[in-house]
Design a protein around this ligand. Structure first.
Ligand code: GCW
Length: 717
């Protein structure tokens, strides 16, 4: 009996520690196994001087304690002043002694208000390591960076880092509804428990803020862009205020989505016309009311006149009128308006890819100073691969914010391992040619190309109340990587992958090397088994889960996959060249020429820009049909390889996460085959050709694949 009880207790404890690993994200603070590194840390970090008393500094101190206790087994002596040598000195420049400040002045001059300095210095011949910045939030960023150095077992001896974020607003967009469902959410329900707020502060809110601060995220839009006006009522604002209070010491500002028709819905006005004095006043008063509660409220994110959302066009006004009216309302308080450019018209059947540019580009220079236009990375919609959005670089007088989607709406939900920073990097590195060669998207986003004052990057969150936050253990890497790239859009995704793996799992090279390769290859794998060679938006309709290239019966043409692939007996692909819809024209001439000419168009984007015959010869000599089929097969093979690699990692990590990923890879493999078979069988009806050697026989008939229905697929409202 006793032994049974013991076994039970043991199981309970091991369950909860394993579960904690899933929950702890990249902040595992595993014991430093490398004894050389561990003794170096201990020798160089004998004491910690924590300067300052703010909530933020207390958080930094607590974080250091946790980090040291977990990674090194003991916490150095913590003092409020500097004594002796080999101390870690932590505090903002305001709290540094004049001696240290003088020593670090050159470094402090290099950083911006959110940047930090981490430097090993000699003070009166005594070795010290200083973490500082212009304010306490910057110090907190420095502390997390420092802990990452320990987590990744790097040396602390000659530290000399001065690092600043390259964009001002690094923000998550939660598509969370007030009933806690999450549009395109695949990790459970919304974190925000509106019912229990403001009185009940879930520990999760604090852990969320901590995780975000650790990667430099400094803003969060709590609510769905398909907005509900109720969030702007006092009943809800009180709850928002409670969240803002939790997030503030972590440097995170709260933003909300503004439903354009709110003045009617909750304000009892007859109109929401942005030129109507009563409406203007209503938003002014509403903003004042919000800022009274939340003095550092960030501002509003707006989806207007897009997919049925209300907007200024309902009143014969335009996006500029709408955005500027709201901008005026928040300007006195330092707020910003993030106005989305995700629009496509139901009256223009020509080419959806052209519509956002056509509508927004002419507005360049017309928005108020505190308006940012938020542009999705591609012109259609968060596909596994899209060419960069033509608006990037094309609005020199308007700050453009990047919108990435971290949640995997079109990339296998939270069942597929896809390392998105690889996708993000590809977009950021794309050359817009708008100011000559080298005018990359990154330079538009960080404002250096056109010297914009306001800059930012938004990511549609993949976070929910699942135990592991993101549904898939590896989807945590996408949250992490988004934060890192929002901080610095020039970071290499492979470096990010390695950092994340070391902090999340293990520093063992035998684990790191192969698993990093999986991550790096995973993005190309998903492109191959879903939408190779530039195909796009052929997912099943509504929920976007699984293949649906045959769907052609939806009311709006551009909601149908057949609109995007245009397969017929002559060939496949969307002709956006000069002879087609001429969407290429929206790019700078150098880029336009590149895409327009089928010879120079990158093959990975071939069918995005061109409609080609099934016999068209690819660069490798294969016909388009054979090449396409082989790409689908390659995608499946890549997943199989990922499985092989993963199956050998069992000894390096905890069994819980090992098994989770193993099961998820099995799903991914099954679904990769589903994609391959369904798409090839469907396209084969048009090509009329046999599958080339090397492509496995389909597992089911086309009719079977067409019959699959998923009425309860998650995230679909
Ligand atoms: O990707 C599409 C999604 C919608 C989403 C929309 C948008 C929030 O399918 O669910 O709505 O984009 O970005 O506004």
């Amino acid at each position: 009996m006793t032994s049974l009880r013991f076994v039970f207790l043991f199981l309970l404890i091991s369950f909860s520690t394993a579960a904690q690993k899933d929950y702890k994200l990249w902040l595992q603070y595993n014991t430093v196994a490398d004894s050389t590194a561990a003794s170096e840390y201990k020798n160089n970090l004998k004491g910690i001087a924590v300067l300052g008393n703010s909530e933020t500094i207390k958080i930094a101190e607590k974080e250091l304690k946790t980090g040291f206790a977990d990674m090194l087994g003991s916490i150095p002596e913590i003092r409020k002043d500097v004594k002796g040598e080999n101390n870690l000195i932590v505090g903002s420049q305001m709290n540094l002694s004049s001696e240290i400040k003088t020593e670090l002045q050159a470094d402090l001059n290099k950083i911006n208000t959110e940047g930090f300095v981490i430097k090993a210095i000699l003070l009166k011949n005594k070795k010290q390591i200083v973490i500082t910045g212009k304010n306490d939030i910057a110090v907190l960023y420095g502390v997390f960076h420092f802990l990452r150095i320990l987590q990744t077992n790097k040396s602390v001896k000659d530290l000399n880092i001065a690092d600043s974020p390259k964009t001002n607003i690094r923000i998550l967009n939660h598509w969370d509804n007030l009933d806690r469902t999450v549009e395109r959410g695949y990790a459970g329900f919304s974190l925000w428990n509106w019912q229990k707020l403001p009185d009940f502060i879930d520990q999760r809110y604090i852990d969320y803020a901590r995780a975000n601060a650790s990667i430099g995220i400094n803003g969060t839009v709590l609510t769905n862009v398909n907005a509900n006006a109720l969030i702007l009522t006092p009943q809800y604002l009180e709850k928002v205020e409670a969240l803002a209070n939790v997030f503030r010491p972590y440097g995170i500002k709260v933003y909300l989505t503004a439903r354009f028709s709110a003045p009617i819905e909750i304000g009892n006005l007859k109109t929401a016309d942005p030129k109507d004095p009563e409406v203007i006043n209503w938003w002014k008063n509403k903003s004042a009311e919000i800022y009274k509660r939340i003095p550092d409220f960030g501002g509003f994110l707006v989806k207007a006149n897009s997919e049925g959302q209300p907007g200024p066009q309902n009143y014969g006004r335009d996006h500029v009128d709408g955005a500027n009216m709201l901008a005026d309302a928040v300007a006195p308080f330092g707020g910003v308006i993030m106005w989305r450019a995700f629009v496509y018209s139901e009256h223009d059947a020509n080419d959806r890819a052209k519509q956002a540019y056509a509508e927004f580009q002419p507005y360049d220079g017309k928005f108020k100073e505190n308006v940012m236009v938020q542009v999705k990375n591609g012109a259609i919609d968060f596909q596994p691969r899209e060419p960069f959005h033509p608006l990037f670089g094309a609005m020199p007088k308007t700050p453009l914010m990047m919108e990435f989607q971290i949640t995997q709406e079109y990339l296998g939900f939270s069942a597929h391992l896809v390392f998105l920073p690889k996708l993000f990097q590809e977009v950021l590195e794309s050359d817009t040619f708008q100011k000559g060669k080298g005018s990359t998207v990154a330079k538009v986003v960080d404002g250096t190309l056109y010297k914009n004052k306001l800059t930012g990057t938004a990511g549609v969150a993949n976070i929910g109340n699942d135990l592991n936050w993101t549904g898939h253990p590896f989807a945590q890497a996408n949250w992490y990587g988004f934060g890192r790239l929002a901080w610095n859009p020039y970071l290499d995704s492979e470096v990010i992958a390695e950092e994340w793996l070391r902090s999340t799992f293990s520093n063992n090279e035998n684990f790191i090397k192969p698993v990093k390769n999986i991550m790096i290859e995973s993005r190309e794998a998903v492109v191959n088994y879903m939408t190779p060679l530039g195909l796009h938006h052929i997912m099943d309709t509504g929920h976007h889960y699984g293949p649906g290239p045959w769907v052609s019966n939806l009311s709006r043409p551009e909601w149908n996959p057949t609109y995007y692939h245009k397969a017929d007996k002559n060939g496949i692909g969307f002709d956006r060249s000069k002879s087609g819809t001429d969407a290429v024209w929206q790019y700078a001439p150098e880029a336009a020429k590149l895409f327009d000419n089928v010879e120079t168009c990158p093959e990975k984007e071939l069918l995005w820009f061109h409609h080609l015959s099934w016999d068209y010869k690819l660069k490798n000599g294969q016909t388009l049909w054979n090449g396409l089929a082989l790409k689908y097969q390659q995608g499946v093979d890549q997943v199989r390889k990922m499985q092989d690699v993963w199956n050998k990692t069992e000894n390096y990590i905890d069994s819980e996460r090992f098994n989770e990923v193993k099961m998820l890879l099995e799903i991914q493999h099954k679904e990769a085959k589903w994609w391959r078979d369904a798409c090839l069988l469907y396209f084969q009806q048009f090509s009329g050709k046999a599958l080339p050697d090397g492509v496995e026989k389909p597992t089911q008939t086309l009719e079977y694949f067409k019959s699959l229905k998923f009425p309860f697929a998650p995230g679909n409202g």
